[in-house]
Write a protein that binds this ligand. Structure first.
Ligand code: ATR
Length: 281
């Protein structure tokens, strides 16, 4: 079979995590392999923390072109790589690894890209520079969202987290234009915002509800929830009911996979309704 980018290695990659069996990434790649007419392989790699480094270093010799890494390996992957992109360093975590043909390990992060591309596709008129952004949550996912919003030109980012010290640490690490607002003030912090993003796990199936009043949020503000189980969270439903543009979180997962596919296999895979349905099936 002809390799689209002239690489003699097998068309092989995977996603490493613990647990990993529920990851939908293999479905995404299988769909793109079929669309491109190539016989690629993208597998689940269930690797616990203790085994991470050893397995990670073995994969280039096992013929892998690259690997996606997810919880709990995103920090370790950055630490163990030979080099890292500026984006991965700024976010402080890696989710996409390239193995060069001579075995070098390069760490990258495509979560910020996935976050922005998802919103641009779902709400083409969104202008992140037009006003403050409010970000709920200061966990792993928030890091990429904050870097993405800052790089997209948000003039102010209001970071709000239940555990304020985590928000303080993140704001100190990432710097301007992030400022921390107390969790109890999350509803009033929505005044004059252009963007509202929930990166917390609140509203996810099996988790507590996200309690927030949207009254102060301008109706033009874009609302994005990175939670995608359920696809239409209460936050998105409440926003849509009052006329706000809303974008669900599934597209972030789909778009963050595109740079991996491009780097490892070439071509330009599509994120469309068919892929969404494949993922939701
Ligand atoms: P992820 O990698 O998906 O961001 P995480 O790092 O575990 O996951 O972060 C979960 C986020 O949801 C955190 O911001 C967490 O707040 P704390 O830092 O205070 O733990 C937030 N979160 C989870 N449960 C919450 C709850 N019941 N109320 C408020 N925030 C909650």
């Amino acid at each position: 079979m002809t390799d689209p980018i002239g690489d003699p290695r097998p068309l092989t990659a995977g996603v490493m995590g613990w647990p990993i069996v529920h990851s939908r990434s293999p479905r995404i790649f299988a769909h793109w392999f079929a669309a491109a007419g190539i016989e690629g392989r993208y597998c689940h790699l269930a690797v616990c923390e203790a085994d991470f480094e050893q397995v990670f270093r073995t994969l280039p010799r096992a013929g892998f072109r690259g690997v996606n890494v997810t919880v709990p390996h995103k920090l370790s992957a950055l630490r163990c790589a030979d080099s890292a992109t500026d984006t991965a360093r700024q976010i402080g975590a890696a989710n996409m690894i390239r193995f060069t043909p001579d075995g070098e390990i390069i760490a990258d992060n495509t979560d910020a890209y996935g976050f922005i591309e998802n919103i641009r596709q779902g709400a083409p008129d969104w202008n992140p520079a037009s006003g403050p952004a409010v970000v709920l949550g200061a966990g792993g996912a928030a890091r990429a969202v904050l870097v993405a919003l800052r790089d997209a030109g948000a003039p102010q980012i209001r970071l709000i987290n239940r555990t304020s010290v985590k928000a303080d640490d993140l704001a100190a690490e990432l710097g301007d234009p992030i400022s921390v607002i107390p969790w109890q003030e999350r509803s009033s912090a929505l005044a004059d915002a252009a963007t509202l993003v929930n990166t917390s796990s609140l509203g996810m199936t099996g988790q507590p509800k996200l309690e927030i009043a949207l009254d102060d949020l301008p109706e033009t503000a874009l609302i994005n929830d990175i939670v995608y189980t359920p696809l239409r969270t209460d936050l998105l439903a409440a926003g849509r009911a009052r006329g706000n543009p809303t974008v669900d979180g599934l597209g972030m997962l789909l778009h963050q996979a595109r740079p991996s596919y491009r780097a490892w296999f070439g071509g330009d895979p599509l994120v469309d309704e068919t892929l969404r349905q494949v993922c939701l099936a």
